[in-house]
Structures are given as structure tokens and as C-alpha cells.
Design a protein around this ligand. Structure first.
Ligand SMILES: [Zn+2]
Ligand SMILES: [Zn+2]
Length: 273
């Protein structure tokens, strides 16, 4: 039995195309035998509000203009509709919060104002020279290795300063954009940084995501998670199209099993040591 896909985007996320569809994502999940799916739409903001640490930081308009607010009411109605249409699938509601340490008040108002089954924490952008910029935009501004170190340092801030999320998504997000080619990125070059952020995450009892849109984590990386006290793993395709739901999950299961994690009592549980 495959694990549930705990990271899926649909037409309710600002960065999906016309082909994105919650209903078709449910059909795909059932077709490939997933026990459940969590729709974790982007929760991002175009400006800091009262109480947000970001308030004084300018944003990079090149990508910021694409962000649209999440229509929570419409989204939750769509989830309710899919639960009726697909009773054989366990459907979780959720959001993927971006930079929730910088938008604590704005993101907190949405997360605490509704019931979401899954809240993911992500770092897509980092403060740099007084602006908030897309993490991959740092490549070219400093040596490639320094970009990762810079990213992990801010990720530590996210983990230490925000308790809004339960699952840390794609912990090494910029590896997707590694300038020499994503396949040439070497986790072992950043073992110390990985262990530092994983240790902080484990210390708060939270869950590490294995993201199958990013280059797949190695068995060693998941073992580092276990070494530092991590006890739970979540699987996420980060699909932005229905046909990508559950993508590469068989491979991901092999990696996570090799690191010593097992399925829980129920098929939709996190995998644990
Ligand atoms: Zn993300
Ligand atoms: Zn995502």
C-alpha cells in the first residue's frame, strides 16, 4: 500500500494552469491506489500586515505580482464536494504556508480561523539585501554553495520562529535550480547544515516531508533525520497537475523504508520509525 499524498495543489492555488482540477486529482489518486490525498494550496501574501515581521521588507515584484490570495471559502466548498463524490478516498484539507515566520500574523489569522487537516511550512523566498527574493534568484549573486548555506540559515529561522505548520516541505528547495544541473547537487556537501535544521525540526516534534517533485532525497538524508531524533515522514508529490499526484511514490517509499521508517497503523498515517 502506498502512503497518502500529503502535498497536492489544485485550481485553488495561484500558480496552477487551467488543467489543474481537484476532482481529477481525486480520480488520479484512486486510480493509482493512494489511500488519501491532502490539498495543500499556497497560502502566500503580497504584503505584510500588522504584526508581520516582513512589514519593513520590500518584496521582489518580479515574482510577487503572480501571487493571489487563497479563496478559503471556495476552496473548502470544493473539498466538501469532492468528499461527497469520492467516499473511497480520504481527503484532507490543507495549506502550504510560505515564510510563515515573516507573515506570522497574516498566515496565523487564516490557519487559526479555519480547520485545516494538514499545514505545510515552506521557504520559497528569503530576505536578501533588504528585499524578499525568490530563493533561486540568489544563484549568480553569490557562489552556489553559499546560496544553500544562506537558505538553510533562513530555514532554521522558519523552524525556530514559526509553529504554524506541522510538516516541513521541500527542505532544500533551491536544489531544484542547482545551476550546474539538479542531478549534480550533492547533499553530502551540506551535511552539517542539514543536520542543524533537521535537529531543530525534530526538537519540536514535527514531520519531515519527502518531496517527489524535487530530486529525491537520498537514504542518507533520511537517516540524518532519524539520527537527530526525527520520528515521522510525510510523502508529498507537490503536484500542480492531476496526472502528477503520487508521482514517484514507489521510489520514495523504498528510500524511506531503507532509512528505517514504516507505515503506521492506518494507511493514511505518517510513516514512523
Ligand atoms: Zn512549495
Ligand atoms: Zn507545493
Amino acid at each position: 500500500m502506498l502512503p497518502p499524498d500529503n502535498h497536492v495543489h489544485t485550481e485553488w492555488s495561484y500558480d496552477t494552469s487551467a488543467e489543474a482540477s481537484m476532482a481529477r486529482s481525486c480520480e488520479q489518486a484512486l486510480a493509482i491506489g493512494l489511500p488519501g490525498v491532502a490539498f495543500t494550496e499556497h497560502l502566500e501574501f503580497t504584503a505584510g500586515g500588522e504584526g508581520d515581521a516582513i512589514a519593513g521588507v520590500a518584496t521582489d515584484a518580479r515574482w510577487w505580482t503572480r501571487i493571489k490570495p487563497l479563496d478559503v471559502t471556495g476552496y473548502l466548498a470544493s473539498v466538501a464536494d469532492c468528499r461527497e463524490r469520492f467516499p473511497g478516498l480520504r481527503i484532507l484539507s490543507g495549506v502550504e504556508t510560505g515564510e510563515s515566520h515573516l507573515f506570522a500574523a497574516s498566515a496565523g489569522a487564516v490557519v487559526h480561523g479555519h480547520h485545516f487537516d494538514r499545514v505545510l511550512g515552506s521557504l520559497h523566498a528569503v530576505p536578501y539585501k533588504g528585499r524578499l527574493v525568490a530563493a533561486d534568484a540568489l544563484f549568480g549573486n553569490m557562489p552556489d554553495d553559499d546560496v544553500m548555506s544562506y537558505y538553510f540559515a533562513e530555514l532554521l529561522q522558519l523552524i525556530e520562529r514559526s509553529d504554524l505548520f506541522e510538516v516541513l516541505a521541500h527542505l532544500d528547495f533551491p536544489r531544484r535550480y542547482w545551476p550546474k544541473g539538479a542531478h549534480l547537487y550533492r547533499e553530502e556537501d551540506f551535511e552539517e547544515e542539514y543536520r542543524t535544521v533537521l535537529s531543530a525540526l525534530a526538537g519540536t516534534g514535527r514531520v519531515l516531508e519527502v518531496n517527489t517533485k524535487s530530486p529525491l532525497a537520498s537514504v542518507d538524508l533520511i537517516r540524518w533525520w532519524r539520527d537527530v531524533g526525527g520520528t515521522a515522514v510525510s510523502f508529498g508529490s507537490d503536484a500542480h497537475l492531476p496526472q502528477r499526484v503520487g508521482d514517484r511514490f514507489k521510489l520514495a517509499v523504498d528510500v524511506v523504508e531503507a532509512a528505517g521508517f514504516r507505515a503506521g497503523r492506518y494507511p493514511y498515517d505518517f510513516w514512523r520509525v
